[in-house]
Write a protein of this length. Sequence first.
Length: 138
Amino acid sequence: MKSYTEYLWFQTEKRQELINITRKVEEAVRKSGVREGLCLVNAMHITASVFINDDESGLHQDFFRWLEKLAPYSPDSYQHNLTGESNADAHLKRTVMGREVVVAITNGRLDLGPWEQIFYGEFDGQRRKRVLIKIIGE
């Protein structure tokens, strides 16, 4: 069995952003040489997310609007922020959007559905963070 590891690094300009990372993950699969296996993509920070959905700008705006209703940015409203932080909302948003995805690799390619794309979701940005890509298979 083969194993391949790669890291993607991000430092967003905005506090919250969605970045389509599908092509970068596809490139890692190609470099791995794995034809049949699994690809894990993991946000390695507790205020960021990796998830799969459609790459449609209206939907992205809907995500942010919905998440802001669930966990509004309001530094004075959260117990976590009493520790000197101001990012409790980002922790909650990450929990809702997910930590990681696992995608099958079939015939050397990500086996995604017709509209599925892989996204990095940043909820407390403007600092350097990384995403793990771990590929295993034959």
